[in-house]
Design a protein around this ligand. Structure first.
Ligand SMILES: [Fe+2]
Ligand SMILES: [Fe+2]
Ligand SMILES: [Fe+2]
Length: 418
């Protein structure tokens, strides 16, 4: 029987949140940078070592309430318009999972101003300390995205922060920040290729994610962030996960592997967070250039899941879902035996889910149409006929998973068929 992976919570969140750090300009590493600035402030304040994991974990996932490049572009402005929505969304996502629940309140208040006027109703010291630290670190990071040498800009950044002590920011924290900002190392760490190494070294203790159920819980949160890119896919990752796990069970995978298959399904489109939503939202007729952008998503899933110890099998099952048995898939052009049974299941689960889901330009397809398309793909040598046969034997059960996959999710209003 396979063993369940064990992993540090911070490392898992840090790896997965990389997918959220893609913006129009590429990979901005915003979450890691905010965690780094927060860590400088925390050390200067001589916070207890045992408090650091909560601060770091909150910092590295604080914008969990955003999915689209549009939302992220808004947060890139120094004076953000209406940040409350993403704070609430992020806090709600984290709230229901025991291991992440302590992060929820910190995330909720991470844009609260010191002088009040906040939708949360809090002001001053009533705002959680870690929210105040993350808010300051977050705004410093936004200011530090400038061309050229960061050291040439730091005086100006320090002045801008200093001018808002007591209004936007906690004045004591601003003083502490101005102390650490004198160190060139802060700014050089921030713009360093090695940022990740510095961060990991600073966190000596951190809770472990103790089992598959916690990994599933965290993966479900990321599935919601991924599916938030596009209203029509609001439960796509969950449905793929349910269908893939069903097929794995029927194919005789052991219980641990079935859960790993569920995780792989939840995360298979993680890399879609690197794709602009206008490309994902296009109903049909993608140009060659647009399709080339889409093709990057499984590559990004592969690279990010590859960072997580114990995720080797999950990664193969998740990231090969657009590979084809005849070698015509992407991005690796694997063929035949190079595609393990779990990856073949995922490919069928993904296609099936997409066909039975509504899209802006069509309703979910009935059984005869779905089976015709899958049958043609088997004949063309792209997907595994045995897996398609297995699906046919449990077709109604697979379709009924649509309801299960929607549980607890709100269907976005603009996901209705036009
Ligand atoms: Fe934010
Ligand atoms: Fe942020
Ligand atoms: Fe995909």
């Amino acid at each position: 029987m396979s063993t369940a992976p064990k992993i540090q919570l911070y490392k898992l969140l840090r790896s997965l949140s990389l997918a959220m750090d893609y913006q129009r300009n590429g990979l901005m590493r915003h979450h890691q940078r905010v965690a780094l600035i927060a860590s400088y402030i925390a050390r200067e304040m001589q916070l207890e070592e045992s408090d650091l994991p909560l601060l770091y974990c909150s910092a590295v996932i604080h914008d969990a309430g955003t999915s689209t490049f549009r939302e992220k572009a808004n947060l890139e402005k120094f004076e953000v318009q209406n940040p409350w929505e993403h704070c609430q969304k992020g806090a709600a996502l984290l709230h229901n999972l025991q291991i992440l629940a302590p992060l929820s309140e910190i995330v909720l208040h991470h844009h609260d101003r010191w002088d009040g006027q906040n939708p949360s109703g809090l002001a001053g010291n009533a705002i959680p300390l870690f929210s105040r630290i993350i808010f300051l670190a977050d705004r410093v990071d936004v200011l530090s995205h400038q061309p050229g040498n960061i050291l040439d800009h730091r005086e100006q950044i320090m002045q801008k922060i200093s001018a808002r002590a007591g209004t936007m920011f906690d004045p004591d924290l601003v003083d502490i920040f101005l102390q650490v900002a004198r160190k060139e190392s802060l700014w050089l760490d921030l713009t360093s290729e090695f940022i990740d190494i510095h961060l990991s070294k600073r966190l000596r203790t951190c809770p472990l994610v103790t089992g598959q159920d916690e990994i599933i819980g965290i993966s479900r949160i990321f599935a919601e962030i991924i599916d938030g890119k596009n209203p029509f896919t609001y439960r796509h990752s969950r449905l793929v996960a349910e269908v893939a796990a069903l097929l794995a069970r029927r194919a005789g995978f052991d219980p641990v592997q079935q859960k790993n298959m569920y995780v792989a399904g939840l995360l298979h489109d993680l890399g879609k967070l690197s794709v602009p939503e206008e490309v994902l939202e296009k109903p049909a007729g993608l140009s060659k250039q647009e399709f080339n952008i889409i093709k990057r998503h499984t590559y990004v899933t592969y690279q990010i899941l590859g960072l997580i110890d114990g995720f080797e099998e999950i990664n193969q099952w998740a990231s090969y879902h657009h590979e084809k048995l005849n070698g015509q898939g992407y991005p690796f052009h694997l063929r035949g035996e190079e595609l393990p049974p779990g990856s073949r299941i995922m490919a069928v689960a993904d296609i099936f889910s997409a066909l039975v889901e509504d899209r802006p330009y069509r309703k979910g397809m009935p059984r005869h149409k779905v089976e015709k398309i899958l049958g043609d793909m088997v004949d063309g040598g792209s997907i595994d006929g045995d897996v398609v046969q297995l699906l046919a034997s449990h077709y109604q059960e697979a379709v009924s998973l649509k309801d299960k996959a929607s549980e607890g999710l709100r269907r976005p209003p603009d996901a209705d068929i036009k």
